[in-house]
Write a protein that binds this ligand. Structure first.
Ligand code: SF4
Ligand code: SF4
Length: 199
């Protein structure tokens, strides 16, 4: 059977598809608008209307298997578990992990990271660093998505302290605390921008 590879002129204009998209969008818009208006006066409440999560005033609770921002795990004495072996940085396809290794004061431990940084603007959240780590020192089970805005590139580089702090917050305040903190941080940044604009 001969395969058809070329599009007709009508198909190349995409007019049919554009119209089809407008019909679907228009139908959804008016259906939801009408249903919400009817719900407001107590009618047709048994028919569900679509709702949008009003982020950041509210947010979805991510599932248990969600993998988002990184954290560096801690030992029992709250020191960093990472031994600065560079396996994660070597495995990282985006080349966005920077580690500076130092001699550990404990002779039983060879090295530790003086600096451990992830450039989240380059990270593709593939999880290869987590897979590569031989001592469970880095995880992505923080239930928080990557930061979405900042004032400059440096705002998106996560330091060792930030990554360690995530483990502390998770252990002490529970799984939604990091998202609460991130949203509070956005609100603070909003205020800053607004003050700059006014000033
Ligand atoms: S998730 Fe992937 S891209 Fe991001 S730091 Fe880890 S290995 Fe690199
Ligand atoms: S996080 Fe794991 S893989 Fe990366 S340097 Fe530390 S110990 Fe090695």
């Amino acid at each position: 059977m001969k395969r058809r590879t070329e599009m007709s002129l009508l198909e190349r204009l995409y007019l049919g598809e554009i119209l089809r998209g407008l019909v679907v969008t228009g139908y959804r818009f008016w259906r939801n608008l009408s249903l919400h208006a009817l719900h407001a006066v107590g009618l047709f409440r048994h028919i569900k209307a679509a709702v949008t999560v009003q982020y950041p005033d509210e947010y979805k609770i991510y599932p248990d298997n969600y993998r988002g921002s990184h954290r560096l795990t801690l030992k029992e004495d709250s020191s960093v578990r990472c031994t600065a072996c560079f396996l994660c940085a070597t495995a990282c396809p985006a080349n966005c992990i920077f580690i500076e290794a130092g001699e550990h004061p404990d002779p039983e431990v060879e090295k530790f990271p003086l600096r451990y940084e992830i450039d989240t603007l380059r990270c593709i959240y593939c999880g290869m660093c987590v897979e590569a780590c031989p001592c469970d020192a880095i995880r992505m089970d923080t239930y928080v998505h990557p930061k979405i805005w900042g004032f400059n590139r440096a705002d998106f580089v996560e330091t060792k302290e930030t990554l360690m702090n995530r483990s502390t917050v998770l252990a002490t305040r529970g799984r939604n605390a990091l998202m609460d903190d991130q949203i509070a941080d956005y609100a603070r940044q909003d205020e800053e921008v607004w003050e700059r604009f006014k000033g």
